[in-house]
Design a protein around this ligand. Structure first.
Ligand SMILES: C[S@@+](CC[C@H](N)C(=O)[O-])C[C@H]1O[C@@H](n2cnc3c(N)ncnc32)[C@H](O)[C@@H]1O
Length: 308
């Protein structure tokens, strides 16, 4: 399968946003297809990239073949050794444990940290991963394939009330009707595929906009629940100030108001504590030029804070 590389929000802007210079240390908590990491490498920074999805790591390495060759470590395997003079280090792990990884691998303090939340276009494009309502596949949605619970497990087990609450994660306000339809459908036969779920949602949801697929929010909420995305963000953020050098910058790109709120409150709180300084009171959004060439990033919001 050949892939078109994921085009992230703020592509081409990382070096400038972080004022990166040769020799800086940069931590990319969400490697994806590796564009943000590449931009930091090209600015002369040494880069540590993290991703929980093995496929993303394989793709990023392939996209940069012949340009940069990383040292790759997997914390769960023994003999993972990090040479002190690495240029590009990739860690296959969840960013929720970044604090202990930094200790385990004796990582130096960073001048910049970025987290570009969610999934890449290529993860959505693989039918077998089960993220897309457009592609028939198993209802899976796990970024970390070693996790035990899939989206199919959730839709076949949770009660109507639990499903309604889950759907609120992605602001799906017609969640009760959708949850009832799911529970009715699964009484006949368990819901196993993306297509089956999309059909159930489409059959019951009142459509208010012709542009957006009625199943969009249901799929997003399930993905957020399967991968504990809000919880992971809330666990990761408090670990980051200790990883930054004085003057270093933390940046988080989010695509959903609930996540942006978590980032905003965290940065404000750390500012009150005198640990971080909020760089931009209002989130930075992609400009019209970027949205025109890459419409998928239209809801992106970037917040930056600098360590004192
Ligand atoms: C939006 S993509 C990042 C794209 C990337 N900035 C680029 O330039 O291609 C998000 C990536 O973060 C990864 N990810 C999501 N949650 C994660 C977590 N808790 N820990 C580590 N990686 C995570 C996903 O697997 C995905 O590859």
């Amino acid at each position: 399968m050949s892939f078109i590389r994921h085009n992230p929000a703020f592509a081409g802007q990382i070096a400038a946003l972080y004022h990166l210079k040769p020799g800086d240390l940069f931590l990319d908590l969400t490697l994806g297809d590796g564009r943000h990491s590449q931009e930091a490498l090209e600015a002369g920074a040494r880069v540590v990239s993290v991703d929980v999805d093995e496929d993303s790591i394989t793709r990023a390495v392939n996209f940069l073949l012949g340009k940069y060759s990383p040292v790759i470590v997997r914390p769960n395997t023994i003999n993972s050794v990090v040479p002190p003079d690495f240029i590009w280090l990739i860690i296959h792990a969840n960013f929720t444990v970044i604090g202990s990884l930094a200790k385990q691998y004796a990582l130096p303090l960073f001048d910049g940290i970025v987290a570009d939340l969610g999934t890449s276009q290529n993860q959505l494009a693989i039918a077998e991963r089960g993220f897309s309502f457009n592609l028939e596949g198993p209802l899976d949605m796990r970024l970390d394939t070693s996790l035990g619970v899939t989206a199919a497990d959730l839709v076949n087990v949770l009660s109507t009330t639990e499903l309604t609450d889950l759907l609120l994660l992605a602001d799906e306000y017609q969640g009760h009707a959708i949850a009832k339809a799911i529970v009715t459908a699964r009484k006949k036969t368990p819901i196993k595929t993306t297509g089956e779920l999309a059909k159930i949602v489409t059959g019951v949801k009142r459509v208010t906009s012709g542009k957006i697929n009625p199943a969009t929010k249901t799929f997003m909420a399930l993905r957020m629940a399967v991968n504990l995305e809000r919880e992971s963000l809330s666990l990761m953020l408090p670990q980051t100030p200790d990883l930054l050098a004085s003057g270093g910058t933390l940046g988080v790109i989010s695509f959903h108001s609930g996540e942006d709120r978590i980032v905003k409150h965290f940065m404000k709180q750390k500012q009150k504590e005198g640990i971080l300084r909020v760089v931009n009171v209002k989130p930075i959004k992609p400009d019209q030029n970027e949205i025109q060439t890459n419409p998928k990033v239209r809801s992106a919001k970037l917040r930056l804070a600098q360590k004192h």
